[in-house]
Structures are given as structure tokens and as C-alpha cells.
Design a protein around this ligand. Structure first.
Ligand code: ADP
Ligand code: MG
Length: 358
């Protein structure tokens, strides 16, 4: 099934004010999501700045960036929950400003923050959502069974959500996002706050989903390792897209391997690297580290020509961390730390904290 013929309201926060939309046309062959110069201002803050990209139908696309980069704001505009300050966007072939009801009928959304009703059972949470979307009767019941099976919660159908672990809740939210068979699923930080094992588990559902549901997925994350699952990623920083490509192309474009050697006398090794190969190396966590174009070919030369007594050598391919670093000038961890400091130094946040203490 594709989009609903008669969508009622959009996602939970969207309110029931949606008028009946005309019957959904077949899914368009073009891109599933298109952003053109999309921007969002909050007062003086430009949270999203002139963002343009498109997501192909069937693609798994990731928006990767540190806290405060503008990911949730972008998603909110695409899901019609926030009105863009400038630019435009189309989702599932409909305009997010002028065709909000159509957009809402064609998307599923899993919010960054949990939105389940803890005192309802898994089934009740899904049923409520399905009814908002105009689903009824045996079709709704069958689809509930189907999505619960997909996330392996069928046996917990009648249990209240408050008895669920964090990972189970997230799986139920994903199931809910899928219930009305959306063309495009938005997942805002689907694994944030979960332990590594549960994160891996959630990813196996996302991968499975792609295979079984013929769906386009746009997700956000600030985990580099998770971005590797995406067909393409856009790195977003301070509201701007820094770069967009497949994870492997991004890493290849870095073009350099990181080499670490263990030596008894690091200073001598650094001198020799400079003298023989004109390479600038640094001491990093007890090893001597440097970058070269082609590590596999360089290492034999290092041993035959370098005259350095090396006890161990490691070659590391570029990672998405290196990619992030090369486009933003800092690691994503540093970016997160600064965004935390900025937040704490913000007059609004300080005032709110002071109010709470009083
Ligand atoms: N409703 C709002 N009013 C004012 N500022 C906001 C609002 N929502 C988000 N922001 C700010 O916009 C920036 C981007 O936020 P957000 O999109 O939530 O980032 P991310 O999801 O990448 O962590 C942040 O600086 C945040 O504080
Ligand atoms: Mg966010």
C-alpha cells in the first residue's frame, strides 16, 4: 500500500485540523524529497541556512552533524511542523508549505524525543495513531500485527509501554511511524541514548525495513559509525551543508591514510621522517603518527629507506571522523563539547536554570 487515499491528521502534534486531501496519485518517479535554499531563522539565530539537496526514491539518506547543527529543525520543516523562513521543499511530490495535508499523509515521523503514551499498551498506541490517519477495521488490525512483527514486539502487544526498555520503545515508535505505509520515513536520531547493542539492533530493523517496505528514509544522527549505513550523507554544521556524498566517496576524497609507528625514540623518528620523506609527523598517544597518500605502498619504503627502528606499524583508512574534521576544522566530539558550552553560556539557558533553582 502507498499513501492513504484519505489522510486525516498528520503526526501526533499536528492536530486534527487537516482537511480531506484528494486521492493520492501514484508515487512520483522523481526524488522523494527536494530541498531548495531552505532556511530557518529563530530571531537572530540562523538555525538552517540555505540548504539544498534531494533524496532519491528508495534511498537511505543521513543528515550527520553535532548537536545544534540544525538537523531537527530541517526535519521539522520537511514534516510541515515548522514553516521555512525562506526556500522551499517538496516531500513525496507535495510542497511542505502549500500542500501540508498531502505531505502529512505521505510521511512517517519518529521524533527525537519519545512521544509514546506510557499508560497505553503497544497496540493502543498504534491503534490511536492509525485512527488519526483514517485507518479502520481489519485493515488497521492486520497492519498493526505486521508492523509489530517487523520490530519483534508482537508478543508484547497487550503490554503497557511503561514496562518497555528504551530499545523496545524506540522499536515501537518506528513501527508507529510505518503503520500508515508512508512513502517517506523521517527518523530523527533513532538511536540516541541507547546502548551500543540496542543501537545495532535498531539498525538491523532499519536495514530490514528498506528491503521489505519500498520506502525512502531520511534520518539524522551524530554518530559517525551509523552514518556508514546510509547510501549518502550530508554533513551539516552550523545550519549549513558542508559536504554531501556517499560515505565511501567522502572517505576516499580525504585521500590519505593515517600511519602510526611504535618506536623507542619518537623524536629521532620524526626527524628521520622529515629528512628522508619530507613528512611532518607528530607524537600521538605514545606512537608517531602521520598521513600519506597510499599507506600500503609507503610502509615497505618506510622500512627499507627510513633507517628507523620500528617495533609496530598500523595503517588506518580515513574514517568519517577524518571527513568531518577536514570539512569543519574540528572533530564532531569537539563540536558537541562547544555546542554544550555555548548552550550553557546562552543568556536564555542561564535564565531558565536560574528560574528553576529559585
Ligand atoms: N524553537 C526554537 N526557538 C529558538 N531556537 C531554536 C528552536 N529550535 C531550535 N533552535 C536552535 O536552533 C539550532 C538548531 O537546533 P536543532 O535543529 O535542534 O539542532 P540538532 O537537531 O542538529 O541538534 C540550535 O542552536 C537550537 O538551539
Ligand atoms: Mg535534533
Amino acid at each position: 500500500m502507498r499513501a492513504l487515499a484519505k489522510p486525516a491528521a498528520g503526526p501526533a502534534t499536528a492536530g486534527p485540523a487537516m482537511a480531506t486531501a484528494p486521492a493520492a496519485p501514484p508515487a512520483p518517479a522523481g526524488p522523494a524529497v527536494v530541498l531548495e535554499h531552505l532556511s530557518k531563522r529563530f530571531g537572530d539565530l540562523e538555525a538552517v541556512r540555505d540548504v539544498s539537496f534531494s533524496v532519491a526514491t528508495g534511498e537511505l539518506f543521513g543528515l550527520l552533524g553535532p548537536n545544534g547543527a540544525g538537523k531537527s529543525t530541517t526535519i521539522s520543516m520537511l514534516c510541515t511542523l515548522l514553516r521555512p523562513s525562506a526556500g522551499r521543499a517538496m516531500v513525496g511530490g507535495a510542497d511542505v508549505v502549500t500542500e501540508r495535508a498531502k505531505v502529512r499523509g505521505r510521511i512517517g515521523l519518529v521524533f527525537q524525543d519519545p512521544t509514546l503514551d506510557e499508560y497505553l499498551t503497544a497496540e493502543e498506541n498504534l491503534r490511536f495513531h492509525g485512527e488519526l490517519y483514517g485507518m479502520t477495521g481489519s485493515h488497521l488490525g492486520e497492519r498493526i500485527t505486521q508492523v509489530l512483527e517487523m520490530v519483534e514486539l508482537a508478543d508484547r502487544r497487550k503490554d503497557e509501554v511503561r514496562s518497555f526498555s528504551g530499545g523496545m520503545r524506540r522499536r515501537l515508535e518506528i513501527a508507529r511511524g510505518l503503520l500508515h505505509s508512508p512513502r517517506v520515513l523521517f527518523l530523527d536520531e533513532p538511536t540516541v541514548g541507547l546502548d551500543p547493542q540496542t543501537r545495532a539492533h535498531i539498525w538491523s530493523y532499519i536495514e530490514m525495513l528498506r528491503a521489505s517496505e519500498a520506502i525512502t528514509i531520511l534520518l539524522t544522527t551524530h554518530y559517525m559509525d551509523e552514518a556508514e549505513h546510509c547510501d549518502r550523507i550530508a554533513i551539516i554544521d552550523h545550519g549549513r551543508i558542508a559536504v554531501l556524498d556517499t560515505p565511501s566517496a567522502l572517505k576516499e576524497a580525504i585521500g590519505r591514510d593515517r600511519i602510526e609507528i611504535s618506536v623507542a625514540e619518537p623524536e629521532k623518528a620524526i626527524e628521520a621522517l622529515k629528512g628522508h620523506f619530507d613528512i611532518d609527523a607528530t607524537v600521538s598517544e605514545g606512537s608517531v603518527a602521520f598521513y600519506v597518500q597510499d599507506g600500503d605502498q609507503f610502509v615497505p619504503r618506510l622500512f627499507s629507506e627510513g633507517g628507523i627502528a620500528i617495533s609496530a606499524v598500523r595503517i588506518a583508512r580515513p574514517t568519517l571522523d577524518d571527513v568531518f574534521m577536514s570539512y569543519t576544522g574540528r572533530t564532531i566530539r569537539d563540536a558537541e563539547a562547544t555546542s554544550g558550552e555555548l548552550l550553557r553560556s546562552s543568556p536564555h539557558v542561564r535564565a531558565a536554570v536560574a528560574r528553576r533553582r529559585r
